[in-house]
Design a protein around this ligand. Structure first.
Ligand code: 5GP
Length: 196
């Protein structure tokens, strides 16, 4: 791990200004759509943290926030779809208009699991706001109501997204150099369940 975080990035996909502009636009749209409703933002830890705090501040409505942490199993650059809840919500979603705030939707399996878990808790409505949606064929049919950016099918880090818990603090979304994750996978245990 070098001292310079940026040195591990092959390409900046979405810079800080573009992120800010898009999050502001999403906030405006959500403000419009949820006026007069009982909005609850549910952030999926840890990847959605940066997006969640910026989005919440861009929504000009009274709202509540809560968090859920999910663990996924398998190699850390891929989603296995096998997930479990590490931290559940603090409050009930009964009767609330829930907006799930996700960092990235790849296969859609994680989101499908979250939506299934929430549906049985009788919210008034459930929608999804994903910062990034990978442009690829998805094995599951999933609807993302608010999408920040559609991106190519590459492994990205930054703005909350990690590789092996690193790079979350990059202020932009970038593609990690391939040699960075190959060398780390050589040196670190993979396949262990852990917080995302
Ligand atoms: P899915 O279940 O949709 O395949 O994957 C969703 C989760 O996998 C995301 O919430 C994220 O934790 C992880 N993930 C998928 N693609 C990427 C990626 O390109 N970069 C990072 N850092 N995580 C990803």
């Amino acid at each position: 791990m070098g001292a310079d975080l940026d040195a591990d990035i092959e390409e900046v996909l979405i810079d800080q200004q573009a992120l800010q502009r898009r999050v502001a636009a999403l906030g405006e749209q959500i403000t419009h759509d949820y006026a007069g409703r009982d909005l609850l933002l549910i952030g999926i830890l840890k990847g959605a943290i940066m997006f969640m705090v910026d989005l919440a501040r861009a929504i000009r409505l009274p709202l509540a926030i809560d968090f859920m942490a999910i663990s996924s199993y398998g190699a850390s650059t891929r989603s296995s779809g096998v997930v479990r809840i590490l931290k559940d919500l603090d409050e009930s979603v009964d009767g609330k208009d829930v907006l799930v705030v996700e960092d990235i939707i790849d296969t859609g399996l994680t989101l499908k699991y979250i939506l299934r878990t929430l549906a049985v808790r009788r919210p008034a409505s459930v929608k999804v706001c994903g910062l990034l949606l990978k442009q690829k064929a998805r094995p599951v049919n999933i609807e993302v109501d608010y999408v920040g950016f559609v991106i190519p099918d590459r492994f990205v880090v930054g703005y909350g997204l990690d590789y092996a818990e690193r790079y979350r603090n990059l202020p932009y979304i970038g593609v990690l150099k391939r040699e960075r994750y190959i060398s780390m996978e050589d040196g670190e245990a993979e396949g262990e369940p852990g917080p995302r």
